[in-house]
Write a protein that binds this ligand. Structure first.
Ligand SMILES: C[S@@+](CC[C@H](N)C(=O)[O-])C[C@H]1O[C@@H](n2cnc3c(N)ncnc32)[C@H](O)[C@@H]1O
Length: 295
């Protein structure tokens, strides 16, 4: 980490240990230099470019670190470990048969693989080519699409359901644009369920230990979290929306909020994932899952 004065929010892609650098390969011209963490504006184009590069460079490591926890063909919503088998946020599994489902920010498409096993017809979309190569490596018979969630390459009304487990929404500068795109490709009555870092986490340092329990930044500060190289180019971006912002974004995009799930930390889960840990998970929410529908 460069600037330690910045209290980083929940960085979804970060490694579990805070001692190692986030980016393994230097991204600037200076060998060995690490990106600087800061809070500053980052528009749609810069955010997408930075995150495509970050996920392409870090997909291998991400899958090595988190692949076992996620499982090849499970549908895990969050570091708390909430599984769609128990949550049924997309509806009862038996009703998924024959449904067209879009997974946004699919990564290695673990969730799509579970959906396919229920008889659904998933399409797994991700911005990162390297993440989708991991989806290919694990296998499956459903389509993989490399595209930005802000410009979905599908006709209106192509899907019955859409889902996203920490894909795209934490990283985009214009969430309403993405939500409008998702609404467009859903059929009337369609449901969209997505998980993101719980907004309250942005007020705390992204540390799994006790240092991650003291408020260090304003919850109301919407300035994005940016890691940048020596030239000031963003190499990783996350965007903060308060809980109220998220609700307003959904409504602005034409969705109705059906449920807001804040998964509690279960006893069985002793794993850490970046700043998510049993210690913090037992005290403050780490994930928000929005369940919404279009009329
Ligand atoms: C934390 S991973 C989540 C993937 C998977 N659900 C998992 O749990 O591993 C976030 C994913 O979102 C993708 N992503 C980020 N911004 C995106 C965008 N604008 N459009 C589509 N995918 C995006 C990244 O490439 C990455 O694969």
């Amino acid at each position: 980490m460069g600037d330690t004065s910045v209290a980083p929010p929940g960085r979804v892609g970060r490694k579990s240990t805070t001692r190692e650098p986030i980016i393994q390969e230097p991204v600037s011209s200076e060998p060995g230099s690490e990106p600087e963490a800061t809070r500053r504006d980052a528009d749609i184009t810069e955010s997408a470019r930075a995150n495509r590069g970050w996920w392409d460079r870090n997909a291998d490591e991400y899958q090595i670190e988190h692949g076992t926890f996620l499982g090849d063909d499970r549908f895990v919503w969050c570091p708390e470990g909430l599984d769609e088998v128990e949550a049924e946020l997309l509806g009862p599994p038996e009703e998924l048969k024959g449904r067209d489902v879009l997974e946004i920010g699919a990564g290695a498409a673990q969730c799509s693989r579970w959906l396919a096993a229920q008889g659904a017809r998933p399409v797994a979309l991700d911005l990162s080519h390297r993440q989708l190569q991991h989806a290919l490596r694990i296998g499956g018979t459903f389509p993989l699409v490399c595209a930005d969630a802000g410009a979905l390459p599908f006709k209106d009304g192509s899907f019955d359901l859409a889902c996203s487990a920490y894909g795209a929404l934490p990283f985009v500068a214009d969430p309403v644009l993405v939500l409008k795109e998702v609404r467009r490709v859903l059929r009337p009555g369609g449901r969209f369920v997505f998980s993101v870092t719980h907004p309250i986490r942005w007020a705390f340092p992204d540390e799994p230990g006790p240092e991650g329990l003291s408020v260090s930044a304003s919850y109301f500060d919407r300035t994005p979290y940016v890691e940048q190289d020596d030239e000031g180019r963003a190499v990783y971006v996350e965007h903060h929306r308060t809980l109220g912002d998220r609700v307003r974004d959904l409504v602005a995009a034409g969705f109705r909020l059906v449920d807001l799930v804040e998964p509690e930390w279960p006893d069985w889960n002793t794993s850490e994932w970046g700043g998510w840990s049993p210690l913090r998970g037992n005290l403050i929410p780490g994930t928000a899952i929005f369940v919404c529908e279009r009329d």
